[in-house]
Design a protein around this ligand. Structure first.
Ligand SMILES: C[S@@+](CC[C@H](N)C(=O)[O-])C[C@H]1O[C@@H](n2cnc3c(N)ncnc32)[C@H](O)[C@@H]1O
Length: 325
């Protein structure tokens, strides 16, 4: 249950993060036994590049403990949405931390916010949304893939987060978010192949006092259709952006030191006192040789309060669907 706030000790059933190096981070279960593919109960042993770890032995240890492996060591850490995102079992493409941070900031989420998300996918974003809105807010997340919706429900329960999130199994483009969601949301987030079909449902789900919407799309054609739909429905402040993380490499480099003797000698035609070139070692940050990979475009928009929602642009459905074909 360690996703819901801090605790000192690892209990049986906890999801624990095993941190070996910055690129070798894993999530494991602190339980002594697991059922293998043949249906037999066996000892729960996690194989790492530095040796095997008996997961049952973590029970009772403190979070943050350094644990010894046969060929090295690691640390057992509390799970956070950030660590979960880099270690979770992928059932779909997921949203990563640089995009997630922008989404949470731009959707203006805070404790108490009501947020709708679709699709749930692997629950990467959902975990961060839950942390942002709890303890008094709620995440309503929808996916039309029955197994994904069921697995996410079980995962949230297992992580002690069930009271902050409700998983709905439905096609949000066809059926919207449900009657019960009308006028309930402060924010709506869409990660769908056809987000423009869900935007009209977002309109009815956002509070009468207004709210924010975000749509994540990998392709610019999806963005165009979504923006046209947003315009048509009276959304304002429509903005599409891309978050590109640039990782600098920190390296030691030798650079020549300017020899003022040379400068002086050149000016007055005299012999420089020191003739040899001096080099200085320095630590520097080098930008990457290639640009970072594209994940997706984030389109944000504001739905104003009902009493100032008059600015609807007259585009018909056909304009939207044919505009970029
Ligand atoms: C890319 S995944 C979402 C990943 C998620 N944002 C995460 O960070 O883990 C897209 C999900 O949308 C679901 N989906 C696609 N179309 C849908 C629709 N019309 N209604 C509900 N869910 C839908 C898919 O089943 C899939 O699980």
């Amino acid at each position: 249950m360690s996703f819901d706030g801090y605790k000192d000790e690892i209990n049986e059933g906890d999801t624990v993060i095993l941190y070996l190096t910055i690129t070798q981070v894993y999530s494991i279960k602190a339980q002594p036994k697991i059922v293998n593919k043949k249906g037999n109960e066996v000892e729960n042993v996690f194989q790492t590049p530095y040796g095997a770890l008996k997961c049952g032995e973590l029970i009772g240890k403190s979070y943050g403990t350094k644990i010894s492996l046969s060929k090295g060591w690691g640390y057992v850490l509390q799970p956070t949405p950030e660590l979960w995102t880099i270690t979770l079992p992928h059932r779909t493409q997921i949203i990563y931390t640089p995009d997630i941070s922008m989404i949470i900031l731009q959707l203006e989420l805070c404790p108490g916010s009501m947020v709708i998300e679709s699709g749930t996918g692997s629950g990467s974003l959902s975990h961060a949304l839950i942390r942002a809105v709890k303890p008094h807010g709620h995440v309503y997340t929808f996916d039309f893939h029955e197994v994904r919706a069921k697995t996410a429900t079980e995962e949230f329960k297992d992580h002690g987060l069930a009271s902050y999130v409700t998983v709905g199994h439905r096609d949000v483009c066809e059926d919207g978010f449900g009657e019960h969601m009308t006028g309930k949301a402060d924010a709506v987030f869409l990660d769908l192949p056809h987000p423009w079909l869900a935007i009209p449902h977002a309109l009815t789900s956002i509070k009468t006092t207004g709210g924010r919407l975000c749509s994540f799309s990998p392709c610019i054609e999806q963005v165009q259709k979504s923006c046209l739909m947003l315009l048509k429905l009276g959304f304002q402040d429509i903005q599409t952006l891309e978050v590109l993380q640039t990782q600098y490499s920190v390296q030691q480099r030798s650079i020549p030191v300017i020899n003022l003797d040379f400068v002086k000698a050149e000016k007055d035609g005299s012999e420089p006192e020191k003739k040899e070139r001096e080099m200085m070692k320095t630590v520097t940050g080098l930008p990457p040789a290639s640009s970072p990979g594209h994940t997706g475009y984030l389109t944000f928009a504001t739905l104003p309060p009902v009493w100032c929602r008059s600015l609807q642009i007259s585009l018909n459905e056909e304009d939207i669907l044919t505009s970029v074909d």
